[in-house]
Write a protein that binds this ligand. Sequence first.
Ligand SMILES: Cc1ncc(COP(=O)(O)O)c(C=O)c1O
Length: 481
Amino acid sequence: MTEDKSFHMTPDEFRRYGHAVVDWIADYQSRVESFPVLSKVKPGEIRASLPANPPAQGEPFQALLKDVERLILPGVTHWQSPNFFAYFPCNASGPGILGDLLSSGLGVQGMLWSTSPACTELETHVMDWLVGMLGLPEKFLSSSTGGGVIQDTASSAALCALLAGRERATGYTSNKKGCDGRLVAYASTQTHSSLEKAAMIAGIGVEHLRLIEVDENFAMQPEALARQIEADKHAGLTPCFVCATVGTTSSNAMDPIAAIGEICRRHNLWLHVDAAMSGTAMLCPEFRHLQDGVELADSYNFNPHKWMAVNFDCSAFWVSDRKALIQTLSILPEYLRNQATESGAVIDYRDWHIQLGRRFRSLKLWFVIRHYGIEGLRHHIREHVKLAQEFAGWVRNDDRFELAAPVPLNLVCFRHKGGDAVNQAIMDGLNRSGDLFLTHTKLNGKLTLRLCVGQTNTKAWHVANAWKRIREAANELQKIA
Ligand SMILES: Cc1ncc(COP(=O)(O)O)c(C=O)c1O
């Protein structure tokens, strides 16, 4: 009978294959160090190994898992390897992965409180927990004037902040009439490129995103910011927004939030603080001085998906005045009207970000916080910082190398004194070996190597081995030269 015909996976099959997938992931975690950290495939190689056409008939599940092993794994760069020191980390953990699996299992779409009350309320609750855990100002609490929301990325959070700043500065008219070409926003030359993208999307225009000079430590110069704002006002423009960074991507520079915040207050500008990776360090009270003045921020963002063992994606964003954000992003078509929303007693997170639909992301955050506890999380952060500081000490003590920037936390920017070509050769050789993965930046025009300690399972011997390999690579190059 055709009505009985079904191609779905039964609950029993799901249980069986689900166990196989969890086993596969656990095995992957145990053997992750056996793979080259940076994938060695050539462009197009993975696609060439895949069948040209999709199957007309379903295939056995075991065949899928086999193909992950055979066809997909060679093209994976192992972000979860303890020898991954590149970019900023994107670390994961058992409780995070299982929380995410549960989110998939529930399959909830939490755009409104009423489309799944637990999805909204757990998120509000965990975001309030984090305010206390990170020592953030109480105004960010949902019980105060503000509140937190989980976004996909720091880029989206910055865009929402910029939009709210734009609207506040124009009396909420630019949403209606469009931008008048006079709005100006401010960041530093070291601010993440997502702000440039946000300026493009928000109708500010890249030319009206002023990139303020930095000092010798790559931190924004508040006097230069103040001068630029004055000049723009004098020219009849409308300054609306400043982004300060706690831990820039290139060198982990710390913008002086207090001084920048005072300037924002004086000119009534929206201050957004981007603490994408380094925000996690604020779990430890001894690092909070790095963001002194954070109480002056209108919004704040950090990515638990970078350094807090919550697998991608999970970006925590707070505002001090939720009304400003909601007024900026709220839109209510008839088909979404419902009693709970009309009552005003609930949060509808669709009004707190760009997209409508949303996953149950707070589950993985909740699982991670409950599994580790605040002390467990602090322990791992302190370990990472300690290891990076030790590495920085080794660099300082080798006269062939130099530090290229201060090392406030877990990122070490350093270079061989032999020049760009030598540094490039060291990095390329090590990355080609597959044994570790480093990336670079340019600081003061010079190619600089970056080693970031933030992978969940990185231990002292991984960092010691990285330094040994870097020195050996330098020795080899010296022999050739
Ligand atoms: C300081 C900073 N801001 C923003 C971002 C963008 O992060 P996302 O990928 O979450 O948009 C990064 C990424 O590394 C970053 O380091």
